[in-house]
Design a protein. Structure first.
Length: 505
């Protein structure tokens, strides 16, 4: 049967306390044939067509009445992509689904999201399409969630095909998650990439391929970070090992920026259906922390639609300032982050550590470019997250690059990355940077006074740089290792950088 949008009943614009949502009329399967009956041998299909105008709300819900006895729900969709003039947004339509428990923000009804990465999905008790959560297809009102990411001036014409398959449901497997501890080396520097994507969202790699590439990149830990779904969590266990810690998380992908929920409890879902104006981000940042994770705004100055960060950094536990191969938007993120250090250093207030991740999606995106190198007491979820949130870390473009950075002053006092050297304002301080694996690069020290000392490293890429200052002159010092200048007037791309050492009492 095919139903036009206008035949589905009265549509309404519902305001649920956050972003407005358009709810269409209900698709009913009340007269569906029982399993084994009729021409479709137990299958029943409804097709819905409609057009969304420019200015549609972020989410359009299509209610579907599911009767008893359904073994599998299958949904396919398509939409028109008309040609638009240069500089004009075309059509892009995301999709996901909520079950009979409803669509309330932060509720329990979420059953999956694939954004625009798939044209169809299924859910059964024993299995589901990657991005979706297996479990019984219970009777009640489910909601297909359409997300008109962008709408062309001509409108967004869509078609949704819903098929129910009847029969005895399978058994839902109990999820098995990776261990929260790997073998480790005690207190040591551990390398990780906390932003990677697989077939469970818009990536093209399997989880097994990601784990193999992570090991090849010299990583000790990674974080599962699929867009708006936790479906991958239950599929990582067999890929972890003594040499690789796999943390659970999500890339919470709102229309006003993306944030990594890093290292949350397995199975944690974090809602994304709000904008900055809805004043909901603080609540969901709290949800991430209550689930044991860190709040890390991702690529805050990226140029993709919806990527630019609009929520402010007051809730951030760390900030992803380097995302994938180094580009000008990373340079802007780095400078923006550095300005927050100057304020925090002068006020002796809270500061936000920086990190870097690959955001790898598919070949040839390299896993571990860049990677965050964390000083942690052991290779455990708790220790790694504590090291990241404390800022005891630096970011390197690959496993080839290693840094050691410290400040010494007073009577033999020393502080490392992320620490404070507590000496008087006029005490001479020696800052020392040791670099390996950065041929052709230069090293420089950055303070609240700007870039104050730059040295070209030996051709081998291995060298030591020292510089003297006082806390009165420089309230913090951090190090950067950069490749040669590619564009006149701009600094060369980063090979590595450290979080700061703070100076003074």
């Amino acid at each position: 049967m095919c139903k036009d949008e206008h035949a589905l009943g009265r549509r309404g614009l519902l305001v649920t306390g956050a972003a407005a949502a358009l709810t269409l009329g209900t698709v009913s399967f009340a007269n569906a044939a029982p399993a084994g009956a009729g021409d479709n041998t137990g299958d029943h299909t409804e097709v819905v067509r409609g057009t969304l105008p420019p200015g549609s709300p972020d989410f359009v819900y299509l209610p579907v009445e599911i009767p008893r006895g359904v073994r599998e729900l299958h949904v396919a969709y398509s939409y028109e992509r008309p040609v638009v003039p240069p500089g004009t947004q075309g059509n892009a339509l995301d999709i996901g689904i909520f079950d009979e428990r409803g669509t309330a923000l932060g509720g329990k009804g979420f059953r999956g999201w694939s954004g625009g990465a798939r044209t169809e999905f299924f859910i059964r008790a024993d299995e589901a399409t990657p991005g979706y959560i297996p479990g019984p297809v219970r009777a009640g009102t489910w909601h297909i969630a359409l997300g008109p990411y962008t709408v062309a001036p001509q409108g967004l014409a869509y078609e949704v095909t819903i098929t129910l398959r009847y029969g005895a449901p399978g058994r839902t497997p109990k999820p098995i998650y990776p261990p929260e501890r790997a073998k480790g080396r005690g207190r040591a520097w551990y390398r990780g990439d906390c932003h990677v994507h697989s077939v469970h969202s818009d990536g093209r790699r399997t989880l097994a391929e990601i784990a193999t590439l992570a090991r090849a990149a010299g990583l000790d830990f990674i974080n599962s970070s699929e867009h708006n779904t936790h479906s991958a969590h239950a599929h990582w266990a067999d890929l972890a090992g003594d040499d690789l810690l796999i943390l659970m998380g999500e890339e919470v992908t709102t229309r006003n920026g993306h944030v990594l929920a890093l290292g949350t409890d397995p199975g944690t879902f974090v809602d994304w259906r709000y904008r900055a104006k809805d004043n909901r981000f603080g609540h969901y940042a709290g949800e991430i922390r209550r689930a044991g994770g860190l709040v890390v705004p991702a690529h805050p100055h990226a140029t993709c639609i919806g990527c630019n960060w609009k929520f402010g950094f007051g809730e951030a536990d760390a900030l992803e300032v380097w995302n994938g191969p180094y580009t000008p938007d990373d340079e802007v993120s780095l400078a923006d982050w550095d300005s927050t250090l100057a304020v925090a250093a002068r006020s002796r207030g809270r500061w936000t550590p920086a990190m870097g991740n690959s955001d790898a999606h598919r070949d040839p995106d390299p896993i571990g470019t860049p990677q965050t190198v964390v000083l942690a007491d052991d290779l455990t979820r708790e220790a790694i997250l504590e090291g990241i949130s404390a800022g005891r870390s630096y970011v390197a473009e690959s496993k080839a690059v290693s840094l050691s950075f410290s400040a010494t002053g007073g009577r033999g006092k020393q502080a490392g990355i992320g620490e404070r050297l507590r000496v008087d304002e006029d005490t001479p301080v020696t800052v020392r940077l040791e670099v390996t694996g950065a041929p052709g690069c230069s090293a420089r020290f950055v303070t609240d006074q700007g870039v104050l000392h730059t040295v070209t490293l030996p051709a081998s890429g291995t060298g030591t740089v020292e510089w003297r200052t006082t806390p009165e002159y420089a309230t913090y010092v951090r190090a950067e290792v950069r490749h040669p200048v590619l564009v006149p007037g701009l600094p060369g791309p980063l090979a590595a950088f450290t979080n700061p050492v703070f100076l003074g009492k």
